[in-house]
Design a protein around this ligand. Structure first.
Ligand SMILES: Nc1ncnc2c1ncn2[C@@H]1O[C@H](COP(=O)(O)OP(=O)(O)OP(=O)(O)O)[C@@H](O)[C@H]1O
Ligand SMILES: [Mg+2]
Length: 223
């Protein structure tokens, strides 16, 4: 049987398959030969469990994420809902700028960032830490004449209220945006200003974020 591979990497691969007759995406993690087998099994299971738990928590909190249909810890496969029309936020931003031009793109991208900021604020107010919040882990899924923003790739996620961890999530996202979309500094600014309007303890998170950012700067200067 031939399978359509979406992504083949060192860590694992993603391909289309089915679960009980329902089309889905299968995310398979590879065994790492260089790691001690027991430790490897432990890490893999931990990541798979984290991914399944965080997706469920997001959905319960009204945040869009793929439904996990099945988690097979023995074969290291996660079966999840597949959004076949979705593209990553990274692709979406690059394409919007390329097709509409810098100035015209700004209005639609600001709208996108309002949505992203709102969703991350809600995720953090539910104490869900993403752990790898990049623009490749945010999907844009067309829905009528609008689109939905969906969070994916929760393998490094955890559940806690530490402002430090939330600050790190924001910092990771800022770095991701700056590295690919350095011409659009307004993107992260908009995300942050929308994030601020959430009703939880965002003030403490933002000062942590500033701290994390300052540490990051120092590190870059020292080399
Ligand atoms: N449910 C989904 N529906 C549609 N596309 C998806 C879905 N999940 C992942 N993708 C696509 O596959 C890519 C890789 O998926 P994902 O980020 O989960 O894996 P990864 O980065 O290899 O994972 P990890 O960092 O845990 O090793 C995403 O950037 C996205 O383009
Ligand atoms: Mg990813």
């Amino acid at each position: 049987m031939s399978v359509e591979i979406l992504k083949q990497g060192a860590e694992g691969r993603l391909y289309l398959g089915d679960f009980k007759g329902q089309a889905c995406l299968i995310k398979e993690r590879f065994v790492k030969k260089y790691r001690h087998p027991e430790l490897d099994t432990q890490i893999t299971r931990q990541r798979m469990k984290a991914e399944a738990k965080a997706s469920a928590r997001c959905l319960a909190a009204g945040i869009l994420a793929p439904k996990i249909l099945n988690s097979d810890l023995n074969t290291h496969k996660l079966y999840m809902e597949y959004f076949d029309k979705a593209k990553t936020a990274k692709q979406f931003i690059l394409e919007t700028v390329a097709t509409q031009g810098e100035d015209n793109a700004k209005t639609s991208l600001l709208e996108l960032c309002t949505k992203i900021g709102h969703i991350i604020g809600r995720m953090h107010s539910n104490n869900i830490i993403h752990g790898d919040l990049t623009t490749s882990n945010i999907l844009i899924n067309p829905n009528g004449c609008h689109y939905d923003v969906i969070l994916i790739d929760f393998g490094l996620s955890h559940y806690n209220q530490a402002t430090e961890d939330k600050g790190v999530d924001l910092y990771v996202l800022e770095r991701a945006l700056l590295s690919t979309h350095s011409e659009q500094p307004y993107l992260f600014e908009k995300i942050l200003s929308e994030y601020r309007t959430n009703d939880n303890d965002q003030h403490a998170v933002l000062s942590k974020f500033e701290e994390v950012r300052a540490r990051g700067r120092k590190r870059t200067m020292i080399g």
